[in-house]
Design a protein around this ligand. Structure first.
Ligand code: PLP
Length: 374
């Protein structure tokens, strides 16, 4: 969709790229590191300043007793963290439970590492699941379950009760929990982000995966990490060394500076700013007749495009691009089977002016009466 959007000079609300400014301490930290000659490989599991900054962050935010020497692996993005975790901890043929709708890289990473995704379908508006759903998905080959809170693409912020359900289930079946928390700071409406690693007896089996791509608008820097017990961290670190050697050293220093220097006010402001973007986009989608499922977190919104012509979500997304110049992602990228056929995903990690222009264009749909031919 990004390529198709570029071809027509459209507004790209498809890919999850943030266009917002990088915070000053992050930029100056990286520049300073480059100028000081910090341009070689770092230790395979990350620079000391970043590992220490992350350990402190998880101590403060989640109450986890994270040791910067043994429990943190800095990776090439959260993507690298999940990839190396799968390489390190799964055998070919191991089954891994994934909630649908899912982030397509989660599915692709499992397939690339020869694991087998097993899906639990969930539905709008609350994307809920029960212990029965979990038990239906488990087999003797199940080795792990993937949690993603706040979720891409649904925007679901997992409740404590839901995480406790997964915790109980994972302990009963002796599973790893891979929890992707990259949108941890994008939580709206006074909801709370909870790390499943902090729940009772969950530390030993949980690999917490996150990164700074979204929080600091540095998707191109490739700075992510895994936080976990030493025995898993060592194996994940070895694979990260093998595949990527290390994350870019001066950029790790920039990320460390950001974590140390930016206080809670920065993160609160960030969530507030994105909440406003959510409001702007969701009210225009409603106006346009593309009913949104209001996200609780992250920076995506799934919208109903059943009113648009097209046999599937790809045709509908292409129709939308053609009529309005606004690019979205076809819903079928996030679902097995037909459940995503009448859905597209919009990303609102854009400057307000860009979102406002996209909204103006989307609202013309209503005016032009772009209804499906009946
Ligand atoms: N995890 C989720 C749920 C995402 O949505 C994305 C990006 O869209 C990533 C991970 C990628 O993170 P990174 O840039 O750190 O590899």
């Amino acid at each position: 969709m990004s390529v198709a959007c570029e071809r027509v000079g459209g507004i790209n609300l498809s890919q999850g790229v943030c266009d917002l400014a990088v915070p000053a301490p992050v930029l100056s930290g990286a520049k300073k590191a480059i100028d000081q000659g910090d341009n070689s490989y770092s230790r395979h599991d990350g620079t000391g300043p970043l590992r220490r900054a992350l350990a402190e962050k998880y101590r403060l935010r989640a109450g986890l007793d994270v040791d910067a020497e043994h429990n943190v692996v800095v990776t090439a993005g959260a993507t690298g963290a999940l990839y190396c975790s799968c390489l390190a901890l799964l055998e070919p043929g191991d089954e891994v439970i994934l909630f649908e709708p899912y982030y397509s890289y989660h599915e692709s990473t499992l397939i690339a590492t020869e694991a087998v995704p097993v899906f639990i379908p969930t539905q709008a508006p609350d994307w809920s699941f029960s212990m029965q759903d979990l038990e239906k998905a488990v087999s003797s080959k199940t080795r792990a379950i993937i949690v993603n809170t706040p979720s891409n693409p649904s925007g679901k912020v997992w409740s404590r009760a839901e995480l406790e359900l997964v915790a109980e289930f994972s302990k009963r079946h002796d599973l790893f929990v891979f929890t992707d928390e990259i949108y941890e700071h994008f939580v709206f409406d006074d909801l709370e982000h909870i790390s499943i690693a902090a729940l009772l007896d969950m530390w030993d089996r949980t690999i917490t995966i996150s990164g700074l791509s979204k929080t600091f608008s540095i998707t191109g820097w490739r700075i992510g990490y895994a936080i976990c017990p030493a025995k898993w961290a060592e194996a994940i670190g070895n694979f990260s060394d093998l595949v990527y050697v290390c994350a870019p050293t001066p950029l790790q220093m920039g990320a460390a500076a950001g974590i140390v220097e930016l206080d809670d006010a920065y993160f609160e402001k960030l969530a507030k700013k994105y909440r406003r973007k959510r409001e702007i986009l969701c009210s225009s989608l409603t106006e346009a007749g593309l009913i949104p499922c209001i996200p609780q977190g992250a920076y995506y919104v799934l919208a109903d495009v059943s009113m648009l012509p097209g046999a599937d979500s790809k045709e509908k997304a292409m129709y939308l691009l053609d009529k309005t110049g606004v690019a979205s992602v076809p819903g079928e990228s996030f679902f097995k089977g037909a459940a995503g056929r009448d859905i597209v995903r919009f990303c609102f990690a854009k400057e307000d002016a860009v979102i406002e222009e996209a909204c103006r264009r989307l609202e013309t749909l209503r005016l032009s009466g772009s209804k499906k031919a009946s």
